[in-house]
Write a protein that binds this ligand. Structure first.
Ligand SMILES: [Zn+2]
Ligand SMILES: [Zn+2]
Length: 141
């Protein structure tokens, strides 16, 4: 091995080391610390977002279940009850057995609003309707 080879090898290593060190010195004290903090904060935010998303979907599911139960109760219990039959009769009689929209003979009663407690809706929230208008109200796009 010649002296020239050793020298050039050493100087290359030295040059490399110096560059390496200088980069670390520039980056390490300031940026590395900040990056760690940002990562922790980012993780925390992600975790919180995940928890919020889970809570939201559970909440939505519960709300949907409640609505289905309410609808089933309304259809299967309330609309078959004596209380509803009486109320329905009062409404039809008030509207003279005529559809409030087209004047055709009314056979059904429509809720303009629903009470929070099913069965507590006042008569004024109910209107007599014919089958055609009733379907139009419920299935209009
Ligand atoms: Zn009608
Ligand atoms: Zn209706």
């Amino acid at each position: 091995m010649s002296v020239a080879t050793i020298q050039s090898g050493t100087s290359r290593r030295l040059r490399h080391n110096t560059r390496h060190h200088s980069i670390h010195h520039i980056i390490k004290p300031t940026k590395n610390k900040n990056r760690t903090d940002t990562n922790n904060t980012g993780f925390l935010i992600l975790a919180l977002l995940l928890v919020a998303a889970i809570i939201k979907s559970i909440d939505r599911w519960l709300f949907k279940q409640k609505r289905i139960r309410r609808r089933d109760y309304y259809r299967n219990v309330y609309l078959r009850s004596e209380a509803w039959r009486r109320k329905r009769y009062v409404v039809l009689k008030r509207d003279d057995w005529r559809c409030v929209y087209c004047g055709a003979p009314a056979a059904e009663v429509h809720h303009n609003r629903y009470a929070r407690n099913i069965g507590n809706e006042p008569i004024k929230w109910l209107v007599s309707v014919c089958k055609t208008c009733h379907e139009a109200i419920h299935y209009q796009p």
